[in-house]
Design a binder for this molecule. Sequence first.
Ligand code: SAM
Length: 243
Amino acid sequence: PGTLYIVATPIGNLEDMSQRALRILGDVDLIAAEDTRHTRKLLTHFGISTPLISYYREQENRRAADLIERIAGGASVALVSDAGTPGISDPGAVLVRQARAAGLPIVPIPGPSALSAAVCCAGLDPGSFLFLGFAPAKAAQRRELLQSLKASPYPLVFYESPHRISAFIRECSLVFGERTVLWAREISKMYEEIEETTLSALTERIDTAKIRGELVLIIHPGTVEQPPSGDLDEILTWYRDHS
Ligand code: SAM
């Protein structure tokens, strides 16, 4: 059979395209892309003319079956998404699972991801974190997720889009109270902004300025509150407030 390559592409700066990614994209028989027009531009920039086929979330099942058949028949296929690493909050999982089930070779071509780019600037010690991708769009589900993460000892890494960011930050403030946050916007692009701030400062900022661009938020864990010792009334009140 051929091989399925999972190829990371830049999240903004084209200089982040790896030598190996360029070679693989030039060598494969077919590139399966989340958005063929978007990827065509990237390929044109690098002088690559490999045929493209679309592979987006709404038709993952159907398209995956077709691609598996081609790879089993000897074709090599590269999967790319619009930006970053396929399969990380991007289509890819169905194809990878089916390729694995069919016993086909799967080779990652590592490279850019907004996840690793943001995490590496957060100074996380010892380096563990919870990656949540996009929080649910529905307010009730989002609230439920955040509630369930309130006591997490791990930093929480979220992707968010500009039109949902203000609702998201407000919700985080409500559920978590005050927290230290790494705010990473437009990573590797002209207006890159990576800073450590707080949920309250961010809430103020979204009230006064419109937020543009793609972003990653890393919410640091809260300090663990201990129940008071001694006075029974105080202890009972604490538990009532914290249940
Ligand atoms: N697979 C991609 C990856 O590996 O980074 C992520 C795809 S997901 C559909 C898009 C989200 O990734 C954006 O909404 C944003 O949260 C984040 N993202 C992508 N590019 C970014 C950038 N240049 N700066 C900050 N966040 C980015």
